[in-house]
Design a protein around this ligand. Structure first.
Ligand code: ZN
Length: 117
């Protein structure tokens, strides 16, 4: 999943997204790429519930958005499919799907985290 690519500074170790020419912490220009494994699960570290979403989000609110951390330190923002039992510390895995529709009716895609059974 290229959407989850992060870069890690080889000099200071700062993980950052999106990709940059220079490290935001130490200005080094040498990075290594980081990816979670495709079926890797991660842990929800924070989330928010959106009860008044923009009109482009067509499903019933609330919309849950959260930040998930993977074992290698990669963090990713995405929608969380679980609405009722969502909590910090929950294990989820990333999937890629339609998250909204733009004003012209075109679908927008992004990361959707689903609970790991
Ligand atoms: Zn750095």
């Amino acid at each position: 999943m290229a959407e989850l690519r992060r870069i890690k500074c080889k000099k200071c170790g700062k993980i950052q997204y999106p990709g940059r020419i220079r490290c935001i912490k130490c200005k080094s220009s040498e990075f290594e790429d980081l990816y979670p494994e495709p079926l890797d699960s991660g842990t929800i570290i924070t989330f928010t519930k959106l009860y008044a979403p923009p009109e482009t989000l067509k499903e019933e609110p609330p919309y849950i958005f959260g930040i998930v951390e993977f074992n290698n330190g990669v963090r990713a923002l995405g929608r969380i499919s679980e609405k009722e039992k969502v909590k910090v510390g929950m294990k989820v895995k990333p999937t890629y799907g339609q998250v909204s529709v733009d004003p012209e009716g075109k679908p927008n895609f992004g990361i959707i985290f689903k609970p790991v059974d």
